[in-house]
Design a binder for this molecule. Structure first.
Ligand code: HEC
Ligand code: HEC
Length: 226
């Protein structure tokens, strides 16, 4: 009796292991195909996919034609990425690296399968400086809300949802749907360690202005934006 139960359990485990391997293999094949899509469509002409950040001065930054993707797997939510690359609505109200021109909204589009494969690939690109599981997403955070709205007025440069409507400045990427797009752990790492992920930017550095609790609070607060 005992032996047969053991055999049954071992059998179930064997099948689970086989399925896990097949599944991992498929994701892997997707990532390989996605890397080819990325190369074939020349996405790398505008996006850096290998870390760490290369820009040291503003002139270096202005040479970049698109945001870095070498930490894409740490930054973006997978479902959002797969959807956005098929239907790339403007994220930054202004054209990349510009402070006056409107975003032309002409980002290259991918077909569904290409986008799913490119997503598998981009999700493998992670930064060791983004620790996972720190920010508990979706929970309200009053300390974060106060810091975001009152103490440092992040919304001077970022749109965010207020009473159901996106309001705020135009110089930074919109955060209006941040809960769908950004991982809370990335937002926290970006505030905490500003030199590592995007060292040159038109956004103030908040080291010494916001404490650790406020940075975590803000990341949690942003993770409720939808
Ligand atoms: C001509 C330059 C250019 C090319 C080519 C290009 N991109 Fe982009 N990409 C941009 C710019 C500029 C943005 C910012 C768009 C916005 O804010 O609305 C962007 C944004 C992105 C984002 C979101 C990143 C972020 O931080 O907001 C992803 C993901 C992305 N591109 C993937 C791709 C893929 C995949 C390809 C190839 C099919 C590609 N891009 C080709 C310029 C480019
Ligand atoms: C003076 C304008 C300004 C202020 C104030 C500002 N930001 Fe930013 N923020 C920017 C700009 C510009 C970028 C784009 C940086 C880049 O990629 O070069 C940015 C990027 C970001 C991003 C990344 C978004 C993405 O999709 O890539 C987050 C998150 C963010 N800011 C949060 C905040 C928070 C939280 C505050 C307040 C503590 C804040 N910002 C205050 C201008 C600002």
């Amino acid at each position: 009796m005992r032996a047969s139960k053991f055999l049954k359990a071992a059998g179930v485990m064997f099948f689970l292991a086989v399925f896990a391997c097949i599944y991992a293999g498929q994701a892997n094949a997707g990532a390989e195909d996605g890397k080819k899509v990325f190369a074939g469509k020349k996405c790398g002409d505008c996006h850096q996919t290998e870390g760490t950040a290369t820009e040291k001065t503003f002139a270096d930054k202005l040479k970049k034609k698109g945001p870095d993707l070498w930490f894409a797997g740490s930054k973006f939510k997978k479902e959002w990425l797969a959807e956005w690359m098929q239907n790339p609505n403007p994220i930054r109200p202004l054209e990349y690296n510009s402070i006056e021109k409107t975003n032309p909204g002409n980002h290259p589009k991918l077909a569904k399968k290409e986008s799913e494969d490119a997503t598998e690939y981009l999700m493998t690109l992670k930064s060791k400086d983004v620790q996972e599981g720190v920010i508990q997403e979706g929970a309200s955070n009053i300390q974060g809300k106060l810091a975001f709205e009152k103490k440092v007025s992040c919304f001077a440069c970022h749109k965010y949802p207020k009473l159901g409507k996106p309001i705020g400045g135009l110089t930074g990427p919109s955060l209006a749907d941040a809960s769908k797009r950004l991982k809370g752990d990335w937002v926290y790492a970006y505030l905490k360690n500003p030199k590592v992920l995007i060292p040159v930017k038109r956004m103030p550095v908040y080291e010494g202005i916001l404490n650790d609790g406020e940075m975590k609070g803000i990341a949690q607060y942003i993770s409720t934006f939808k």
